[in-house]
Design a protein around this ligand. Structure first.
Ligand code: 5AD
Ligand code: SF4
Length: 442
């Protein structure tokens, strides 16, 4: 039997990257590398990187800095950098970080075993950032004992939001064939998975590259029929593509959970225009009204960028007023940062770093009361939770999510893992809720 070796993967960025890391581990099993959580045990360390914002990139470089010592102590340790940053930088990464061995792009995951083998045999450096159109979509990781799973339905993005590097590092939109998606989800259900999250940079345009044969609402409706699956979620949606059919799906499909992540980016139509988002503040608000008409309890989360080039105080105040109007359940907010090669980098009137930091602070502080208010509304209510396992923070208790995606911790037996249970919400905090188990549903 071949010698068993260990691989440690650190993931930066979004759920797409998390899922890609699961795929990397699957690929590496064929060359006898098995996952480890212990950095010191690793024979191979991979960083699956993200380049969406400058701050994430800085984190990658500082992690690499910490790995330098390990490599010095153990020169046979193989270090690889994959994902969006690798795609963007390519060979240049070897100049910046000379001790790494492999640079592999977002479409090279399937070649990982070969790349590692080359380094093992020849002890040299390898790079593969080809845009070969390969669908890492067809790689299906087999994780043990999952309650929830990610399923890729498409890759890439055809929008050109002026601040975003995604189209250049992930390529054009490619939808995965419907039958294959249904097959994957059916086999996940057979292995005990209860909840699937469909992944894509812009899931609403699923099928647009398939000659109109399929679209996202019809995909959702077929998934809703799969036995054993109890809950369906998806990320991410572009507001301009949020169709009436998709909105109705929230009423019609019993398994589709009442939560949508709908990034607005700015509450000012003039900023949205400069961002090339192709909707106005009013159009966004109108879609929110329609979602709430169909599903009044729907939770809505969003992304916001502050300090986009040229953003005035008045434009920023328009963003704050959207928070007041929509009452988002939660918000992910960022300071604008220039990204290589994107249009916004060339726009005039860059906002001062201190102003950006101050706006971010004001925005996040303003949002807190809405997040807490939404969570507090659940106090005293009995809700359905999918028990996911032990809480990381408090291993004495179980953790799970409501259908509208709020984390609930409660006392209960680990045997309930994978069950839908009924939980009475006792107390709300900013990031989670505390509950009491009432009964097991199934
Ligand atoms: N600067 C700041 N935030 C950005 N995002 C994307 N590009 C940038 C950038 N250049 C944010 C957007 C996006 C989220 C994933 O990251 O809000 O929705
Ligand atoms: Fe980037 Fe816009 Fe595509 Fe989202 S929709 S990945 S923000 S270009």
């Amino acid at each position: 039997m071949a010698e068993q070796k260990f691989c440690y993967i650190k993931t930066f960025g979004c759920q797409m990257n998390e899922h890609d890391s699961e795929k990397m581990l699957e690929v590496l099993k064929s060359s006898d590398y098995y996952p480890t959580d212990n950095l010191l045990q690793a024979d191979l360390i991979l960083l699956n990187t993200c380049s969406i914002r400058e701050k994430v990139e800085q984190k990658v470089y500082s992690t690499l800095g910490r790995l330098k010592g390990l490599k010095k102590k153990n020169p046979s340790l193989i270090i690889g950098v994959g994902g969006c940053m690798a795609q963007q930088e390519g060979e240049k990464l070897f100049q910046k970080v000379p001790f790494i061995n492999i640079v592999f792009g977002t479409q090279s995951i399937n070649k990982l075993s070969e790349l590692v083998k080359t380094v093992e045999e020849k002890n040299n450096k390898v790079v593969d950032i080809s845009f070969n159109g390969f669908h890492s979509l067809t790689l299906i990781p087999k994780l043990p004992q999952q309650v929830k799973a990610y399923v890729s339905i498409m890759q890439g993005c055809n929008n050109h939001c002026s601040y975003c590097v995604v189209p250049s590092v992930r390529g054009e939109e490619r939808s995965r064939c419907k039958e294959e998606i249904l097959q994957e989800i059916t086999s996940l259900a057979e292995r005990g998975v209860k909840e699937v999250t469909l992944l894509g940079q812009n899931v609403n345009s699923y099928g647009k590259d398939c000659n109109g044969r399929v679209d996202f609402p019809s995909l959702l409706s077929s998934i809703n029929e799969i036995k054993g699956i109890e809950r369906i979620r998806f990320i991410t949606s572009h507001p301009k593509d949020l169709s009436p059919q998709l909105i109705y799906s929230f009423r019609e499909l019993n398994k589709l959970c009442e939560h949508i992540h709908l990034p607005i980016q700015s509450g000012s139509s003039s900023v949205l225009k400069r961002m090339n988002r192709q909707y106005t503040r009013e159009e966004y608000l109108d879609k929110i009204d329609k979602l709430r008409e169909v599903s009044p309890e729907m939770s809505i989360t969003s992304d916001i960028i502050v300090g986009f080039p040229g953003e005035t105080e008045e434009e920023f105040l328009e963003t704050l007023s959207v928070l007041e109007k929509v009452e988002f359940d939660d918000l992910f907010s960022f300071k604008y940062s220039d990204r290589p090669g994107v249009k916004a980098t060339t726009l005039p009137d860059k906002v001062d770093e201190r102003v950006k930091a101050e706006r971010l602070w004001r925005l996040q502080n303003f949002q807190k009361k809405y997040t807490l208010m939404k969570n507090t509304k659940l106090e005293g209510k009995t809700v359905e939770i999918l028990a996911e396992g032990l809480s990381e923070k408090d291993p004495q208790r179980l953790t799970g999510r409501t259908r509208n995606n709020k984390v609930v911790n409660f006392a209960g037996n680990i045997e309930l893992r994978g069950c839908l249970v009924s939980v009475l919400i006792k107390r709300a905090f900013l990031h989670s809720l505390e509950g009491e188990l009432i009964s097991t549903l199934h």
